[in-house]
Design a protein around this ligand. Structure first.
Ligand code: HEC
Ligand code: HEC
Length: 271
């Protein structure tokens, strides 16, 4: 067992180190202290990426049994063929030839917040960077550090094809970074988490496919079509009958943690 793996995959080790940070930093061992602070940052990044932001959904290849975590973040399976572009979830592992090897923390932060690569070529908003502008500086650091810590995987992805200009829409109320203080308010924290989980990217899409953050927020009605059938995004506003206004907190929690609707029926993959 290598220590590196215990740190990144073990979770327990990471939590122990995180808990011990205070004690270590009070000591004079500055190097140890820096390592422990890195562990805290990585643990926060792991929580945000794995429990909230779901980068895997677009960047980890799918096998017959679902996401293939042995080739985590190496891209290629998810394809978006739109009139304006043909893109795939990129290989975001540090592989030098086929991934993003050589990217610095600042490169990653710029991509996440502004959607621009180090070579100045922007990504299309299929990469939901407008939803990441709200990240606090600390969380942006954490997500960048964590995603850059995954092992390199060789997987060549065809280059994106940009057919015509696209423009991205900013999310009202989420145009700039939140502060740590704002996250102490439960409602603001909920808005923050729902924004970086990009719920409204699907649920505010108007039936003709346009982003409707201003007048269609949460109203649903967009139909995802796939060879396996089609599924319509639901109204998740607080409307008592059309939306989820009559659901209990427990039902909503179950929907988000177990992927089932109010009757217990499992959701389609998109959700
Ligand atoms: C809804 C799907 C989706 C989610 C969620 C998503 N991405 Fe992406 N991402 C994409 C697509 C598609 C591209 C390629 C866009 C293009 O080629 O214009 C991309 C591109 C990137 C790139 C640029 C790599 C390159 O091509 O040079 C990075 C880095 C990246 N994503 C990191 C992340 C991280 C980190 C997360 C989670 C915090 C994340 N993405 C979440 C879809 C997604
Ligand atoms: C990639 C698109 C997508 C994203 C992102 C997404 N959803 Fe959904 N959601 C759907 C679809 C599609 C359905 C309908 C699923 C079905 O009918 O099987 C759905 C269903 C739901 C339902 C069930 C409503 C009902 O009436 O049964 C709730 C609640 C919900 N989503 C909340 C959320 C929340 C909260 C988030 C963010 C944490 C989120 N969704 C993110 C696509 C998405």
């Amino acid at each position: 067992m290598t220590n590196k793996h215990a740190l990144f995959d073990g979770g327990v080790m990471l939590k122990w180190i995180a808990a011990a940070t205070g004690a270590l930093c009070a000591s004079t061992l500055i190097v140890t202290c820096a390592v422990a602070q890195d562990a805290v940052l990585l643990e926060r990044g792991s929580y945000l990426v794995n429990a909230v932001m779901a980068c895997d959904g677009c960047h980890t290849p799918r096998g017959p049994a679902g996401l293939d975590m042995s080739r985590r973040f190496s891209g290629g399976s998810q394809v978006w063929d739109e009139p304006a572009y043909l893109v795939r979830g990129s290989n975001i592992t540090p592989d030098r030839e086929t991934g993003i090897g050589g990217w610095t923390v600042s490169d990653m932060k710029r991509l996440l917040a502004d959607g621009v690569r180090p070579n100045d070529v922007p990504v299309v908003h299929q990469m939901p960077y407008p939803h990441y502008k709200i990240l606090t500086p600390r969380d942006l650091d954490a997500v960048a550090a964590y995603t850059l810590s995954v092992p390199a995987v060789r997987n060549q992805i065809p280059a994106p094809v940009y057919r015509s200009a696209t423009h991205s829409t900013l999310i009202p109320g989420a145009e700039k970074p939140f502060t740590d203080d704002m996250l102490k308010d439960p409602l603001k924290r909920g808005f923050y988490l729902a924004t970086i989980a990009h719920c409204m990217e699907c649920h505010s899409r108007t039936p003709d496919g346009k982003p409707g953050y201003a007048n269609w927020n949460g109203r649903g009605g967009y139909v995802f079509k796939s060879p396996k059938g089609s599924v319509t995004t639901k109204n998740i506003t607080s409307h008592k009958t059309a939306g989820v206004g009559a659901w209990t907190d427990a039902e909503l929690k179950r929907a988000l943690t177990h992927g089932v609707d109010r009757t217990g029926k499992p959701f389609a993959l998109q959700m």
